[in-house]
Design a protein around this ligand. Structure first.
Ligand code: GLA
Length: 385
């Protein structure tokens, strides 16, 4: 992208901000079940270029949606409009802060440029939400903490966008650090940064290029099923407040009490995934990359068979990755499409990529895309006037 091409829109020298995307290493679909998760913030993300307006309007343009053009909104009417598409993520942040009583004295011109594939399970939406919190916090000196920015962004996702997501994505983007993974406990909302330097290996992201929007997926349905599963366990006398914290043998013990076998399977995933996260964090701390990677593959099987959020394209990529020599591989993010991650030795990166691309394209009919996931710092002000 060449900023000069957007002079007509920005009409001045912009301030620049960057917000990462995220890759979840392990701990999938348990951030809304009181479990622990282990994501990294990545250096693919969203840039914002901002200039001040003297009126109360926000003008928004994204290089990823040039066809939609400039979306305009007034600070006096920030309601969700389907036709505003991606710009709703920005409007939602303004509306949230406005409603909480934060002072936003004037409008802005906002140009977004994303290096993240959009809608691919790498948190393009949370990246924009935390980005805009960071922008408004910086420009209007709102004194928000990183934790507030993460929690407020999740609120926008839940109540404005309508996806009942957990806190993982926004938290990873607000707290991530280069060379570290974020071991987040979602029941206490505390985290530990764990060094994440793989030396001879890389985290390869392979995108199925199958499009999906979380708001249209079975994401919310899975959450409801998990609520039902916990209700059944409570009726049976189980005391744990969070599904991810119920031991696996307790779930097995009450297997017959579930009136829907799917509820039992969802519970089994939640509990086994929580154990895998703890093992994976330990393995990484011991420099046992092979043990760590085996747990990643086990998570994929659980997401496929018990949580049922994978799809043929994701399963195929995991399968091909393992055949091509990855130490471990799994779908990452919500599923139903999006991306897998694979732990790949540096020496085989090129053959890995070309073989996977060829084989996938032969079967599916179009190519996947490959990127390397480098860790990155959290959302922040980069520079400019
Ligand atoms: C999406 C949600 C997260 C999390 C993952 C699945 O990315 O936004 O909160 O639930 O799916 O682990």
């Amino acid at each position: 992208m060449n900023l000069k091409d957007y002079k007509w829109f920005l009409k001045g020298t912009p301030k620049e901000f960057f917000s990462p995307g995220r890759v979840n290493l392990i701990g999938e679909h348990i951030d809304y079940l009181g479990g622990e998760v282990f994501p990294i913030a990545i250096d693919l993300g969203t840039f914002a270029y901002i200039t001040k307006r003297d009126d109360k309007e926000i003008h928004m343009l994204s290089t990823a949606f040039e066809d939609i053009g400039v979306v305009t909104s007034s600070l006096n009417d920030l309601s969700f409009k389907k036709e505003d598409n991606w710009a709703n993520f920005i409007k939602g942040v303004f509306q949230y802060l406005w409603q909480q009583g934060y002072n936003i004295p004037h409008g802005l011109n906002i140009l977004l440029h994303s290096t993240l594939p959009i809608g691919a399970g790498l948190s393009s939406s949370a990246s924009i939400e935390v980005l805009m919190m960071t922008v408004l916090n910086h420009l209007f000196d709102l004194q928000l903490t990183q934790k507030q920015m993460a929690l407020f962004s999740k609120d926008v996702e839940n109540n404005y966008i309508g996806v009942n997501s957990g806190i993982m994505d926004q938290y990873a983007i607000a707290f991530g650090q280069k060379d570290y993974a974020v071991h987040l406990n979602t029941s206490t909302l505390t985290h530990e940064l764990v060094p994440f330097i793989l030396k001879d290996y890389v985290v390869m992201i392979v995108n199925t290029n199958k499009k999906r929007a979380l708001s249209e997926s079975k994401y919310n349905e899975r959450r409801t099923e998990c609520d039902e599963a916990l209700k059944t366990l409570h009726q049976a006398g189980v005391k744990e407040q969070d599904l991810a914290r119920v031991p696996l043998d307790t779930i097995e013990q009450y297997k017959d009490q579930f009136n829907d076998i799917n509820h039992y399977k969802r519970a089994r995933h939640a509990s086994s995934e929580q154990s895998r996260v703890l093992e994976a964090v330990d393995a990484l701390k011991q420099n046992d990359l092979s043990g760590f990677s085996t747990l990643l593959t086990a998570t994929h099987m659980s997401l496929k068979n018990d949580f049922e959020v994978s799809c043929d394209e994701l399963d195929l990529l995991v399968d091909l990755s393992l055949k091509e020599g990855a130490l471990g591989a799994r779908m990452t993010g919500a599923g139903f499409g999006g991306c897998i991650i694979a732990i790949v030795h540096q020496n085989i990166i090129e053959s890995f990529k070309s073989n996977i691309i060829d084989r996938y394209a032969n079967i599916i009919g179009y190519e996947p895309s490959c990127y390397i996931a480098n860790t990155s710092d959290h959302a922040k002000y980069v520079g400019g006037n």
